[in-house]
Design a binder for this molecule. Structure first.
Ligand SMILES: Cc1cc2nc3c(=O)[nH]c(=O)nc-3n(C[C@H](O)[C@H](O)[C@H](O)COP(=O)(O)OP(=O)(O)OC[C@H]3O[C@@H](n4cnc5c(N)ncnc54)[C@H](O)[C@@H]3O)c2cc1C
Length: 446
């Protein structure tokens, strides 16, 4: 039995690694030999990624403790746009992206802003981001995203069903709206990348937009309908629902911040938190944008940044929207609690206070598109997307320590990739070979 008392004594001398132990699940940090269930896998981070991992590990028969100072889903996974973006194979850094940046930065209503005081810290990440945007790399990254995303519904559907969450899923697609044909053509490469990977992209005209979304102002010459996109009516309830499901099957929760790992003869044997020690025989680091510290404990350095994003939820919007509407850099999603306007990117690190003007701007822009929109009692929110410069997540075993795994960096797609990340990490932890090539998601790829 694993004890989870808050009063266990830590052995400080063991808080540093006793030398690297090569992972026996290589090559590609992919498992190949089935392993007996672990007594206690410590999952650090109870966002959508960590919670889905916990649920899939429990399904595999492992004991699991989910460690977080917060309730499940209270950080970035709380307020996202709810998109199940199975169509999202386009990396963020594309040939030509960097040329658009000055225009975006100059536009106070633009999709990107940088806190200039943060630039020195950000520069190495930006450099890698820019270098990730060559045509060859973009094709490879799009393939790697497509390999993950084509499993989206295969992995989510059974979990939604088991957790009683299918009623929160809407499968009505997403319309990407364009005011001019030139705007659409500026995105042509992204649409080609999607079509080349078998994603249905239906171009529709002004008349069809009107039929599908009668309340949208007649500003848009054309749109692309993505029928394979769906959305959830409350992203936070998705996480709490999965946590409740796993809790009913034996998941243990530990409220505390992980601050160190303790190693023994067989590798990691405990996670030290600010509220006590959690003994474990395996660890998964799934702490979102805060994962770099824990990666360090296990000898891995990652160029993890946060792309901060904002939402404004309008409980009394008073206007029906039938699809997710993508306006390029931000979206509108009809949810249970109101119409959510969400998106944009602010590069300002983990510690700077929110700039609520970024959220207010979303309302100003939405009022132009939905005349008569009521913003009474609108609530703002800011979250920290965890992002690697190549737009791919880390889903990986440790190259240094057996029984240590990493799952973070899902960037704009964490909700979408939650169940698949859970299934892939469960494969690795359980010693099964995952159904896809895991090389692109290795932690040591940088
Ligand atoms: C505005 C916006 C819109 C978005 N829209 C979408 C969308 O439509 N579709 C989509 O798929 N994705 C979307 N995303 C992205 C998505 O929300 C994220 O990728 C996802 O929430 C990341 O989940 P996570 O579990 O990795 O991180 P988080 O949800 O941030 O969870 C990480 C958890 O780790 C905990 N933690 C941190 N450090 C420690 C520690 N030392 N010890 C213990 N616990 C720790 C934190 O408290 C937190 O609870 C959006 C994001 C934003 C900001």
């Amino acid at each position: 039995m694993v004890s989870l008392s808050n009063h266990e004594g830590g052995r400080d001398r063991d808080l540093v690694p006793r030398g690297a132990q090569p992972c026996n699940r290589c090559p590609g940090l992919q498992s190949s030999a089935p392993m007996p269930p672990h007594q206690n896998v410590a999952v650090i981070g109870a966002g959508v990624i960590g919670t889905c991992i916990a649920a899939k590990l429990i399904d595999d028969g492992h004991g699991v403790t989910l460690i977080d100072p917060l309730e499940p889903g209270r950080a970035t996974s709380y307020g996202n746009a709810g998109g199940i973006a199975a169509t999202g194979v386009v990396p963020l850094s594309m040939p030509g992206t960097i040329r658009k940046v000055p225009g975006w930065l100059a536009d106070p209503l633009g999709p990107l802003t940088i806190r200039w005081s943060y630039l020195p810290k950000l520069a190495p990440w930006l450099w890698r981001f820019w270098r990730a945007g060559t045509p060859e790399k973009v094709e490879a990254q799009a393939d790697a995203l497509a390999a993950l995303l084509k499993r989206t519904y295969l992995d989510w559907d059974p979990l939604w069903k088991a957790a009683g969450l299918d009623g929160l899923v809407r499968r009505d697609g997403c319309l990407s709206l364009y005011e001019t044909k030139a705007d659409y053509e500026a995105d042509a490469e992204g649409w080609r990348l999607r079509r080349d990977r078998g994603i249905r992209c239906e171009v529709i005209d002004r008349h069809e937009i009107r039929q599908l979304e009668p309340n949208v102002a007649p500003l848009f010459e054309m749109a692309v309908n993505l029928p394979e996109w769906s959305w959830v009516l409350d992203p936070h309830r998705i996480v709490t629902g999965v946590a409740d499901y796993a809790g009913g099957r034996g998941l243990r929760s530990w409220r505390g911040k992980a601050v160190a790992a303790r190693f023994g003869a067989n590798g990691v044997e405990a996670i030290i938190t600010d509220t006590g020690v959690v003994p474990c025989d395996a660890v998964v680091v799934a702490a979102g944008a805060w994962s770099h510290d824990a990666a360090h404990w296990f000898g891995s350095k990652v160029p993890l940044e946060t792309e901060r994003g904002y939402h404004m939820t309008l409980p009394k919007a008073g206007i029906e929207v039938r699809h997710t509407l993508n306006l390029g850099g931000w979206v509108m999603t009809p949810m249970q609690m109101g119409l959510r306007l969400a998106g944009t990117v602010e590069l300002a690190g983990l510690h700077a206070p929110p700039n609520w003007r970024r959220a207010e701007i979303l309302v100003e822009r939405a009022k132009r598109i939905l005349p008569g929109l009521d913003a009474t009692d609108a609530t703002p929110w800011m979250g920290h997307r965890p992002s690697l410069p190549d737009s791919l997540p880390v889903i990986s075993g440790s190259p240094h320590h057996k029984n240590v795994f990493f799952a973070f960096g899902a960037s704009h797609l964490g909700l979408t990739e939650g169940a698949t990340t859970g299934a892939l990490i469960a494969d690795l932890v359980s010693g099964r070979t995952p159904g896809i090539d895991m090389t692109p998601y290795r932690i040591d790829r940088f």
